[in-house]
Every structure is written in structure tokens, then in C-alpha cells.
Design a protein around this ligand. Structure first.
Ligand code: T46
Length: 137
């Protein structure tokens, strides 16, 4: 959506069920505010790599750092915010209409992404200038 803002992006805490065998976290229907239509994951990302660098018109996503850490830079064309994801029981809900960049991946980092839509290249805004136009600036 054109009017969504960086402040609409939020961390969602996942339950962490802990015992002597380790931890278990779970995502159920009501944990995130969309039905999951696609799952993908980023891994073996070089530490100097930069991913993202785009916004989505419709897609909403939930990012979970299954292993390691990385930074997510969020922009709504007015405000910029940086979030470090480094706990597998804390995911980041990214609304549509928000520019995102992923960087500073630690060795062995794995980013699991739950997505509200199937893959559609037409949903991407990959030029920052086009993003600013889209946001009406
Ligand atoms: C996002 C961040 C966090 C597919 O064929 N199917 C898919 O479901 C996806 C996600 C990508 N692709 C193809 C499209 C490109 O040829 O895989 C290639 C790499 O995709 P992209 O450059 O978009 O990858 P990232 O890591 O920059 O962005 C991805 C998602 O595309 C994006 O929605 O928010 O991860």
C-alpha cells in the first residue's frame, strides 16, 4: 500500500518452548496477520552482500533469523530505520509499501521468509526513484 510507513513494520515475538533438549518456537495461523502462500530462505550469504533493495506493492512478509544475524534497513521515503534480527524467536513483519535492504549477514546466517503472496515480479519496485514516485514524493 502506498500509505504504509516504516513505523508499521514491527517485531512479533514467537513463543519459545524451552527444556533441557533445547528450544522450540512455533508459528500458527494467528501468529502473523496473513495467510502464508510462499516460503523461501536466504542462506550462504557473503558478509559483504547486500540483498533486498526494493519495495512491494502488495506483498507482506515475515522474516525470521533462524540462525545468525543480519540487519534490515527500512525506508518509507521520509523515515529510515535499522533493525538487527538475531533471535530465532523474534521475527520482523514488513508491510507492503516499505523499502527494505538486508545487509551485514553473519557467517552461517539463515533468513526464513513467510510471504503473503506467490512470487510476482510485477509486485516489485526495484528503483528507489520509482519508489519515491509511488509514495507521492
Ligand atoms: C525480499 C527479500 C527479503 C524467485 O524466483 N522466487 C522467489 O520466491 C523469490 C523471492 C525470488 N526469486 C528469484 C528472483 C531473482 O531472480 O530469485 C532471484 C533473487 O531474488 P531477489 O533479488 O529478489 O532476492 P533478494 O534477497 O534481494 O529479495 C528477496 C525477495 O525477493 C524480497 O521479496 O523482501 O528477499
Amino acid at each position: 500500500m502506498k500509505e504504509t510507513k516504516v513505523d508499521d513494520v514491527r517485531i512479533i515475538d514467537l513463543p519459545k518452548i524451552k527444556d533441557s533438549r533445547g528450544n522450540l518456537s512455533v508459528i500458527e495461523n494467528n501468529t502473523i496477520p496473513f495467510d502464508i502462500k510462499r516460503v523461501y530462505y536466504l542462506y550462504d550469504v557473503p558478509s559483504d552482500a547486500y540483498r533486498g533493495g526494493h519495495a512491494h506493492k502488495k506483498l507482506v512478509q515475515f522474516l525470521i533469523p533462524l540462525s545468525g544475524s543480519f540487519d534490515v534497513i527500512l525506508k518509507d521515503s521520509i523515515k529510515t530505520k535499522s533493525v538487527t534480527l538475531n533471535k530465532p524467536n523474534k521475527g520482523l513483519l514488513i508491510t507492503s509499501g516499505v523499502w527494505r535492504e538486508l545487509e551485514n549477514f553473519s557467517s552461517g546466517a539463515v533468513c526464513l521468509v513467510l510471504a503473503s503472496e506467490v512470487y510476482d515480479e510485477d509486485d516489485y519496485i526495484r528503483e528507489y526513484k520509482a519508489f519515491k514516485n509511488y509514495k507521492g514524493l
